[in-house]
Design a protein around this ligand. Structure first.
Ligand SMILES: [Ca+2]
Ligand SMILES: [Ca+2]
Length: 338
């Protein structure tokens, strides 16, 4: 069996400033925040983005108006994440990207606008250690609490592993190393917006009430792998049973009942809302938009780094977060019609 094994040369501390890397995701599945990687200077202002309706070449899924029960009803919740209390949410119909925004689609945005992403303006981004293609000299930090991450100088959406990597052959993979702020810039150009957390969960459920996964309650490996997560021993040995160490093409794996692919697994997806573990209350709500303020934005769906042994967040109701300027190799986004 093909597998990828980390040599175990040891997690080295490169002397960078390491803040709490993963405060809201106690098992360490999310990437460290921007400041938790390493601060290597104040970024310049980001390039302005022309607003309007640019090309947005992503197939659409139509989500009907409806009421659903939001939150974890399977008992798999992570207590610090605020996946409960269960509550009824009513939404109007909307149109959402059937897949994550691809490298090709993001390239069209960059070509049209000249936008500079935050990974570029800060000069580094978070790369999983087995995906680093850069020399040791480009490593600017190893977060103490999530030492499988590297802060890699020169890693950004077009060079997802750092120097030596490219998008050759992965134009149809999800764009990564995009911050929440970068996703906003893309949306402004495309005439779109990010989904609210409630919209994301409703769409991910695919019309199946109360299920753990987009396809129902069957486990993720029942009858073959249904999502791109981690198999083997995290974070050192990936047995690649689903075929992918890092990202998979966005059209991989079967769609859910609404036609969405890979809401769970592959890459985390930014949502519009501020994150709070106290967002939910038992009362029914219509079109909730989350807290009015916060320090971090919501991420949903888990990624290729999720594994049952340490992070079960590849579920419809699972929540995570990061600061809006953070970027990493396992997070991207999908959009909804504005
Ligand atoms: Ca995988
Ligand atoms: Ca996903």
């Amino acid at each position: 069996m093909t597998q990828v094994t980390w040599s175990g040369k040891g997690f080295r501390d490169y002397g960078g400033r390491m803040n709490s890397p993963d405060a809201g995701c106690g098992c360490g599945c999310g990437a460290p925040s921007r400041s938790g990687l390493l601060s290597i200077g104040t970024p310049p202002g980001l390039a302005p983005v022309a607003t309007g309706r640019g090309a947005h070449d992503i197939p659409q899924a139509a989500i009907p108006a409806g009421t659903f029960v939001m939150g974890d009803s399977s008992g798999d919740r992570n207590s610090a994440d605020g996946e409960v209390p269960l509550h009824e949410v009513t939404l109007s119909a909307f149109s959402i990207d059937a897949t994550a925004v691809t490298n090709d689609a993001f390239a069209a945005f960059i070509e049209a606008t000249g936008y500079v992403t935050e990974a570029e303006s800060f000069g580094y981004s978070a790369v999983f250690h087995l995906a680093v293609t850069a020399p040791d000299g480009d490593i600017v930090g190893v977060p103490a609490q999530t030492p499988w991450w590297r802060g890699v100088r020169g890693a950004f959406w077009r060079r997802p592993g750092g120097a030596g990597s490219s998008l050759d052959g992965i134009g149809d993979h999800p764009v990564v190393h995009v911050s929440w702020n970068d996703a906003q810039a893309y949306c402004a150009w495309a005439g779109r917006r990010l989904p609210t957390e409630a919209e994301w969960e409703f769409a991910s459920r695919g019309g199946i009430d109360g299920a753990k996964y987009p396809w129902g309650d069957e486990e993720v490996d029942a009858g073959g792998w249904r999502a791109n997560i981690w198999q083997g021993t995290f974070p050192t040995v990936n047995t690649l049973e689903d075929g992918f160490l890092t990202t998979a093409p966005v059209s991989s794996f079967a769609p859910n009942g609404y036609g969405l692919r890979q809401t769970v697994g592959n890459v985390w997806e930014w949502c519009e809302d501020w994150f709070s573990p106290r967002t939910y209350s038992p009362q029914p709500v219509t079109a909730p938009r989350g807290p009015d303020r916060g320090a971090a934005r919501v991420l949903r769906g888990g990624s290729y780094l999720c594994h049952i042994s340490y992070c079960n967040r590849y579920r419809n109701s699972a929540r995570s977060q990061n600061t809006p300027d953070s970027s990493m190799g396992n997070a991207g986004f999908r959009t909804v019609a504005a």
